[in-house]
Write a protein that binds this ligand. Structure first.
Ligand SMILES: NC(=O)c1ccc[n+]([C@@H]2O[C@H](COP(=O)([O-])OP(=O)(O)OC[C@H]3O[C@@H](n4cnc5c(N)ncnc54)[C@H](OP(=O)(O)O)[C@@H]3O)[C@@H](O)[C@H]2O)c1
Length: 220
């Protein structure tokens, strides 16, 4: 399969690329700084640019028209602390996803798989109240708002999507994933998900139609 990864220089994005290459897919990624991607690898095409710019996104599609797009963007804060100041515009992810959707429509690409977070969309109501307090009162609220804009706008666009909503990300090597309903009912306060398993699940969701037009919560 030909896959375009947006956010391929990130922690999850790099693991997604690794997983795609291991499974024999042809990968293109649009990155701001190509040197951050290390040595050239067979099967991986780098396009220099930013997903905030529609023409750069078009160039990435043109490089090898994908069958599916995987988006692993983040809207970073100064540090990973929930209280650290946001360092990106409020609609970074929503605007980048809007560019991806526009290019999908122009190039006739059917499906996008988007990494989001437990608590986005309909999974908010079933997140433990302690987490809801943290997500709504800290600077993480900006990220949630951005993901929620994306949720609404991608659904409205009519493209096929899978929005994947993992609980807290951790750096363990756990690979087994538990898939919860879209509303996340039953997910515990301490639930976590390894980045490796998120990457595998994103690739699974790209390969199969099983999860199309759903937004499941996942944990280990
Ligand atoms: N942390 C958690 O516990 C947790 C839990 C559940 C879900 N999530 C979700 O997981 C995702 C984060 O994954 P991650 O940790 O792999 O992210 P990450 O390592 O911070 O990667 C961020 C990616 O976004 C790109 N990016 C950031 N700012 C940009 C900008 N201004 N313009 C263009 N590109 C930009 C980065 O590109 P550069 O390399 O060029 O900067 C990089 O490719 C987020 O959507 C988050 O909500 C996180």
């Amino acid at each position: 399969m030909r896959v375009l990864v947006i956010g391929g220089s990130g922690r999850c994005g790099k693991l997604v690329i690794e997983e795609l290459l291991n499974r024999g897919h042809q990968v293109t990624t649009l990155v701001r700084n190509t040197t951050s991607m290390g040595d050239a690898r067979p099967g991986l095409k780098l396009v220099q640019g930013t997903p905030t710019n529609l023409d750069d996104v078009r160039a990435a599609f043109q490089a090898d028209i994908p069958e599916v797009v995987i988006v692993t963007l983040n809207a970073p804060r100064a540090t990973d602390s929930p209280f650290a100041a946001p360092i990106t515009p409020p609609r970074l992810m929503a605007d980048c996803n809007a560019n991806v959707v526009k290019a999908m429509q122009e190039f006739g690409v059917r499906k996008t798989v988007i990494l989001q977070a437990f608590g986005v969309g309909e999974s908010w109501a079933n997140m433990h109240y302690v987490l809801r307090l943290l997500m709504s009162k800290s600077n993480m609220s900006y990220q949630y708002e951005d993901h929620n804009h994306t949720d609404r706008e991608v659904r409205e666009s009519g493209v096929n999507f899978v929005m994947v909503r993992p609980s807290r990300l951790v750096e363990t090597d756990e690979t087994e994933v538990k898939v919860w309903p879209n509303d996340g009912k039953g997910v515990g306060l301490m639930a976590s998900t390894s980045r490796v398993s998120v990457a595998r699940w994103l690739v699974d969701a790209a390969e199969t139609t099983e999860w199309d037009n759903t937004a499941p919560v996942i944990t280990n």
